[in-house]
Design a protein around this ligand. Structure first.
Ligand code: MLT
Ligand code: MN
Length: 300
């Protein structure tokens, strides 16, 4: 099983268009230790020819162009992209669907809750219903994709409703169909994709135990980093993301979990672990984690 990180950054990307932070300035200046990253998406294949996309980022068009394996390889119109799996209804997870509107057949797999978000937005009708199937992904039910033989299984993780659908000042964090992780297997190896997670639970730890690779939420280093830098008013928790540092952070949470490769994805432009020469990056690596980057290939 091959996976390619099409985009490693959180919503906004790195650099983010309106961010005037030292890290974003380094990325704009071409500093090799502050590599730009587009918004999160992972492509996975069992045979190297048929591909499943995990989340469709707003940067999808450039991501496909930057990835020769995802170029058309036959006929006058084609694509090796067969399926798209959505882990939530956030803009950075679904906006790329609009890029896929040129009459190419594929299937969108998402929970009923996320399918309802798409159905409520008529702009997604640009994906012609005679070609683009929309399948409801039931939690905890493995589905074998006829197009490529890989099995996908969605499972709820702690999270919240998309920002643009929030109805209260402090939306509840729950384990619902609104935010899921996905296990992808080829019968031999399994990878988990969890780009958004508000907390580690015993159930999630059990679920991830023994997987060959996990791509996990690396949004923030510290819960209050946006507030501290003056870039925002929300904590990571309020945004539905656990942070890397601290006793309840990602690094600590994974210490007792046995995972083949631990890879951070969905890093916000404010996260110092994005910078190759930061002390936070050194800490992340010392804890056995890799920080993903656009174009990173992981073969299991
Ligand atoms: C998130 O990951 O928290 C969201 O992508 C935020 C957003 O929609 O801007
Ligand atoms: Mn996001």
């Amino acid at each position: 099983m091959i996976s390619i990180v099409l985009g490693a950054a959180a919503g906004g990307g790195f650099p983010q268009w309106n961010a005037h932070s030292p890290g974003c300035e380094r990325a704009r200046a071409g500093d090799p230790k502050a590599r730009p990253r587009s918004q999160t998406s992972l492509a996975v294949s069992g045979d190297g020819r048929n591909w499943v996309l995990l989340n469709a980022s707003p940067d999808l068009r450039q991501q496909i162009e930057a990835t020769p394996r995802l170029h058309p390889h036959e006929g006058i119109r084609s694509s090796p992209l067969r399926d798209v799996v959505l882990t939530n209804g956030d803009i950075d997870a679904i906006a790329g669907l609009l890029t896929l509107r040129e009459r190419h057949p594929f299937t969108i797999h998402a929970t009923a809750a996320v399918q309802a978000v798409l159905a409520a937005n008529p702009i997604f009708n640009a994906l012609a219903a005679d070609l683009v199937r929309r399948e409801s992904l039931r939690l905890d039910q493995p589905v074998t994709l006829a197009t490529c033989g890989l099995t996908i299984e969605g499972f709820a993780v702690p999270g919240k409703t998309p920002l643009y659908l929030e109805r209260s000042a402090v939306p509840p964090i729950g384990e619902t169909e609104e935010v899921i992780g996905v296990l992808v297997g080829d019968g031999r190896r399994r990878l988990a994709f969890v780009p958004s997670c508000a907390a580690m639970t015993d159930g999630l730890a059990r679920r991830l135990q023994g997987v060959d690779a996990v791509f996990f939420d690396g949004t923030l280093w510290q819960d209050d980093e946006l507030i501290r830098s003056g870039a925002g008013t929300k904590t990571g928790r309020r945004m539905g993301h656990m942070s890397l540092a601290g006793s309840d952070g990602v690094l600590a949470a994974f210490r007792p979990i046995d995972v083949g490769r631990k890879i951070l994805i969905h890093l916000n432009n404010s996260n110092p672990a994005l910078l190759d020469d930061s002390s936070e990056r050194a800490e992340v690596e010392a804890a056995g984690w890799e920080v993903s980057y656009d174009g990173m290939e992981v073969t299991l």
